[in-house]
Design a protein around this ligand. Structure first.
Ligand SMILES: [Ca+2]
Ligand SMILES: [Ca+2]
Length: 322
């Protein structure tokens, strides 16, 4: 049964992720004023986007092709317009934007890899649009509202294809149908601003759920997959201190990249098998991968269909071992 599920998902992903003209191996990073690409050596390759400016860009992700060229496009939250800007995923040219209603303060973007629906957190709710931008409300909701609430800063789709979000300091899990939370649990997090599944630190082959604590200055870690009915909060991955203000972060191989907005840099750490250790890029010290004033988010695009399929298939195959 689970094998059938894996095959079905791989097929869905192969359809959903359309081949890109160019393979992307760079890190994409947003700051309040731009979107840049970096080599894994920490070199800033300059602005990726053109045709739109802001003083309040936030999170970024790659999602459904809206420019019609057959490649995934770049989505960036923009507090200045209270909405989401869509850029050509290959050229970086601005294409169009939309403002959810209620709009304002888009603080997180997440894509469902099976159908490229876009989820967005804007404090009072989680919104959702289908790949064609049509409204995709959750059960019992209208318009583009997936679920409503308060202090909604973050949302992510897990390898179990469930929707995880933090409402204040309460971690909640929903099915993609929305409606009532399947599970809710209070956690320690002062102001969590981003969620991501990443490095398995418990050794069971299942990724952990990570959250950046903006005010607390930590990267929090939750084990939510080993026992879906009983979650545990693990030791913090990294403690930056309260003034660095970690926001978006991303995983690549054994490394974690973290955008520290007030500190104005992207930090990098490598998992040793037992701890996270600072890994500066050449020419830098401490945990500095690159300096970036007003750093907001970091992201590794998965533009090629097999890459996307293999990532989730691998996660699900590991999941099968339970
Ligand atoms: Ca495109
Ligand atoms: Ca684990």
């Amino acid at each position: 049964m689970k094998f059938v599920l894996v095959v079905a998902l791989v097929s869905a992903l192969a359809t959903a992720f359309i081949p890109s003209a160019t393979a992307q191996t760079n890190l994409f990073a947003s700051s309040t004023t731009g979107v840049f690409t970096f080599t894994l050596g920490g070199a800033n390759q300059g602005s990726f986007i053109s045709g739109a400016t802001s003083s309040n860009f936030r999170r970024l992700t790659f999602g459904a092709d809206r420019t019609g060229d057959g490649t995934n496009d770049l989505y960036v939250g923009d507090d200045t317009i209270g909405g989401i800007r869509i850029f050509n995923g290959v050229s970086g040219a601005f294409d169009h934007s939309y403002s959810p209603s209620p709009g304002g303060q888009i603080r997180e973007l997440a894509v469902d890899p099976t159908n490229l629906s876009l989820y967005y957190a804007n404090l009072s709710r989680i919104g959702r649009r289908a790949a064609d931008e049509s409204f995709a409300p959750g059960t019992g909701q209208t318009g583009d509202t997936f679920v409503s609430g308060s202090s909604m800063f973050s949302v992510i789709i897990g390898p179990d294809l469930k929707v995880y979000l933090l409402e204040g300091a309460t971690l909640r899990r929903f099915s993609t149908a929305g409606g009532t939370a399947e599970k809710s649990q209070a956690v320690t997090c002062t102001l969590c601003s981003h969620l991501e599944f990443g490095q398995d630190v418990t050794g069971d082959g299942l990724p952990e759920l990570y959250a950046s604590d903006f005010s607390g200055g930590q990267i929090r870690v939750f084990n939510v997959l080993a026992n879906p009915s009983s979650w545990t909060q693990l030791s913090d991955a990294i403690a930056f201190g309260g003034t660095a203000n970690p926001v978006g972060f991303a995983f690549h191989d054994d490394d974690m990249y973290v955008a520290l907005t007030t500190a104005g840099r992207i930090a990098r750490y490598r998992w040793s098998g037992s701890s996270w250790n600072a890994l500066p890029s050449p020419g830098n010290t401490g945990d500095t991968f690159a300096t970036l004033a007003g750093a907001q988010d970091v992201f590794f695009p998965i533009p090629e269909p097999m890459s996307a399929s293999l990532v989730l298939a691998a996660a699900l195959l590991l999941w099968r071992k339970r």
